[in-house]
Design a protein around this ligand. Structure first.
Ligand code: ZN
Length: 298
């Protein structure tokens, strides 16, 4: 199996794909208007188009970050066999876990699971079904997410609708197993090269994550961006962003951080490779796509 891999000092980052959706641009980003985008937008958007050119490619995936002593999984996709209101997320049966093993991490070898937020497409593989019960997929891992996000999820479990099911099958089982650490933004004490950043708006306690090594920095922006057009137009929210003004503020902060520190930016749902660098010119930002080396795994 062949996956794209990126080097950040001593860390190796590998994409773990789950599924890829397709959206009409305005269905994903309601403000999308080709008429206001200049010619400079086309090289940014082109790699994100689906085979049907009037659709955007929107992957759902995880990032495996590993060095010789530690394996971190960032976000855990949708999961297999879920009852979900959104048809594309219901009753999946993918080979996600086989892909993870091929990239170098058997489930019992994962040390940390970081969830940028607790939406249904970021927590699914927290658990798997065994004998009619949902059990932790990664039994040796510490599962880490934001304290605000955890509080919100516990409140939402009492509501009717999709959030209730997500809490029951993907969040409660790992809390009950004693595997969860809910944290505040800031340096992550167990690994001194990891920092969590508050980027609320898409969800109330959304966190972005930076990981440094050897003078380089990776930035995992979660759902701060859904398509690279938002680098050009940071005021354009996705249809999934819960609090519009806060989502815009966090996006602008993340773009400034990424440009000023020349980080390698990894998105959850960005088309193309989902990876690139943010450049600033005056008041504007743009995006330079990067694609990792394809490495063969067993
Ligand atoms: Zn998402």
């Amino acid at each position: 199996m062949q996956e794209e891999t990126y080097r950040i000092g001593s860390w190796r980052v590998t994409r773990i794909p789950e599924i890829t959706l397709e959206f009409a641009p305005a269905a994903l980003i309601p403000a999308w208007d080709d008429g206001v985008l200049g010619a400079e937008a086309e090289p940014v958007i082109r790699p994100t188009r689906a085979a049907r050119r009037d659709r955007l490619s929107v992957p759902v995936q995880s990032w495996l970050v590993q060095d010789s002593t530690c394996r971190i999984l960032i976000d855990t996709g949708i999961g297999n066999g879920r009852q979900r209101a959104f048809p594309a997320f219901a009753n999946l049966m993918t080979d996600y876990l086989e892909r993870l093993v091929a990239a170098g991490a058997a489930p019992e070898e994962v040390d940390y699971v970081f969830c940028t937020h607790l939406h249904t497409d970021h927590v699914g593989w927290n658990t798997r079904e065994e004998g009619g019960r949902w059990v932790p997929t990664f039994p040796r891992a510490r599962y880490v997410w934001g304290r605000v996000e955890g509080t919100t999820a516990r409140q939402a479990r009492f509501e009717k609708g999709p959030a209730a099911g997500v809490f029951g099958d993907s969040i409660a089982p790992v809390i009950t197993a004693g595997l969860v650490d809910e944290i505040d933004p800031g340096p992550f004490e167990p690994i001194d090269s990891v920092t969590f950043h508050a980027t609320p708006g898409h969800s109330p306690g959304h966190l972005s994550i930076s990981i440094r090594s050897g003078g380089e920095e990776a930035f995992f922006g979660g759902d701060v961006l859904h398509n690279q057009v938002q680098v050009l137009r940071p005021e354009w929210n996705s249809v999934f962003c819960e609090t519009a003004e806060l989502a815009r503020t966090s996006r602008l902060w993340a773009l400034s951080y990424a440009a000023d520190r020349n980080v390698l930016f990894f998105g959850s749902h960005l088309g193309g490779s989902s990876v690139g660098r943010v450049r600033r010119s005056g008041e504007q930002f743009t995006w330079i796509h990067e694609r990792g080396a394809c490495e063969w795994h067993l």
